[in-house]
Design a protein around this ligand. Sequence first.
Ligand code: PLP
Length: 425
Amino acid sequence: MHIEQRQIYFDQVSAAAIAETYGTPTYVYEERRIRENFRRALAAFKKYYDDFRFFYAIKACNNLAIGHILRQEGAGIDAASVNEILLARELGLGGEEVMFSGNFLSDQDLRQGLESKVIFNLDDISLLPRLLEFGKPEVLSFRVNPGYGRSNVGEFVTNAGPRAKFGVHPDQVMPAYAMAKEAGIKRFGAHMMPGSCITDPDYFALITELLMDLIGRAGQELDIQFEFIDLGGGLGIPYQPGEEGLDIEAAAARIAEVFRKKVEEYRLSPPRLMMEPARYFVGDAGFLVGRIHAVKNSYTEILGTDIGMNTLARPAMYDAYHHIYVDGREGEPRRKIGVCGQICENTDYWARDRMLPESSAVGDLVVVDNAGAYGQVMSYQYNGRLRPAEVLVNGDRHTLIRERETFADLIRGVHVPAHLRKNTR
Ligand SMILES: Cc1ncc(COP(=O)(O)O)c(C=O)c1O
């Protein structure tokens, strides 16, 4: 995204053209930016450890067009549910190009996961006997809780340590792999996902060390090898203006350094190194375009827009910051203004006291930054509001990649029993 003479552009397409063609609110993704993000990260990791592969955590943005971009770049898929395994299949990916990292899986999930022959990544030791009732996976990985995690999205996305619901407890890592070996499983991997949106390279070195110590000890004690070690996602992007981004070269160098050292220390035959980021690839390549429909001057000034907690849940869910631009007004004098959506909840008053152009007015377009990850996928229909459209931009081309919902989507699958249709009064 860039601003030229106060007009906002996605690649070479103006926000005004998007709004005129597709209406608002609309998610817009820059294809070139996604490819640049992926290539920058892959080059950094391959430079320091050649046997490296990314799996894209499709939960962050599950539009198949976006999935195809990342598949073309060489990513596998990290799936959180059976339906995400099916999304990967739509991309032509299956088997060991898909990692199934669901948690608290049902018997049906376990059965369908086995049938699809993807890599099973179990979130708890208790899942293994249940899985074995249905069959033996070819390759098995455990999601390890290394005892520590961190997140720039606050406590909300700290996925490891004592307060997290995820992963195998550090003390259960050895017994988990022992049980798998005992069951006759011969091919192993290991995984963790302790936190999200981290921009400190040292954090990645620390969590790599924690995981490798647990895995290295299990490998030595049980005499098993690991084909891959997956360090999860968590590569951060800056959300606040002026915030420093992740030095991806430094992160890759620090991870590879610790990884090699631990591989040597525990005499592991060098495993493939994997990561499964999402935010780093798509976060800063996606934007939400909305319109100001009302300006209220009450205790404070509030811009009422068609962007709210229903179209972008992160501010209400995580107290997350997203920068806001007003098309045609950037560069004008600013004052403190609030921004809200159209939902009947006060958590929908999602940006308070923002320094926004004071001339912002009804009819103006607003553009929300860094909305590509955990944006559209978390939108919902509360208050009878419909999910937004999604558009992909490349150069001066723009293509609709998901239609805006209509009223038919609001009542799809709803059945009213005949007796309720009768007029009984
Ligand atoms: C298991 C797993 N892997 C990868 C990711 C991607 O994380 P990020 O977007 O922080 O890279 C997530 C996100 O929640 C996840 O749950």
